[in-house]
Design a protein around this ligand. Structure first.
Ligand code: DQA
Length: 147
């Protein structure tokens, strides 16, 4: 199985950015953690981060041609604004999970809307970096069942 892990704007600033909310570990630490976790299950991982909405759309579209089995996506602030990301996920039809490092449900009102949630199979929020690994496990189990 091959999973694509997409991170949106400002997630390249992990470790520097609001450590009280997002922790002190970096984006590279996040990649290491997910990669190590997935390797144990023989899941190949591909990573993509961008601060630009259109580039994130391109990455989702590319996943179709690269025969990606599942997408784990944390679109950062684009979660709350982007219909284009929702449409891209619908266009490719690849099983996807929404992940947030912080507990968005208990934060500001403007973080309560998620457009991609309308497509994603499930959302994991507030579990820190572990949330990405939990999402990988659930997508793996789902794909095992559906073949
Ligand atoms: C985030 C939550 C978003 O509201 C915020 O804009 C982010 C990060 C998270 O991982 O907790 O950039 O997606």
């Amino acid at each position: 199985m091959k999973f694509l892990v997409i991170n949106g704007p400002n997630l390249n600033m992990l470790g520097i950015r609001e450590p009280a909310i997002y922790g002190s570990n970096t984006y590279d630490d996040l990649i290491d953690k997910i990669k190590n976790h997935c390797e144990k299950k023989n899941i190949e991982t591909v990573f993509y981060q961008s601060n630009h909405e259109g580039d994130l759309v391109d990455a989702i579209q590319k996943a179709y041609f690269d025969k990606i089995d599942a997408i784990i996506i944390n679109p950062g602030a684009y979660t709350h604004t982007s219909i284009a990301l929702l449409d891209a996920l619908k266009a490719v039809g690849i099983p996807a999970a929404e992940v947030h490092i912080s507990d968005v449900d208990s934060r500001e009102d403007f973080r309560q809307i998620s457009y991609i949630r309308l497509y994603c199979r499930f959302t994991i929020s507030g579990e820190g970096f572990d949330g990405y690994c939990m999402a990988a496990d659930r997508l793996y189990d789902f794909l095992k069942v559906t073949g």
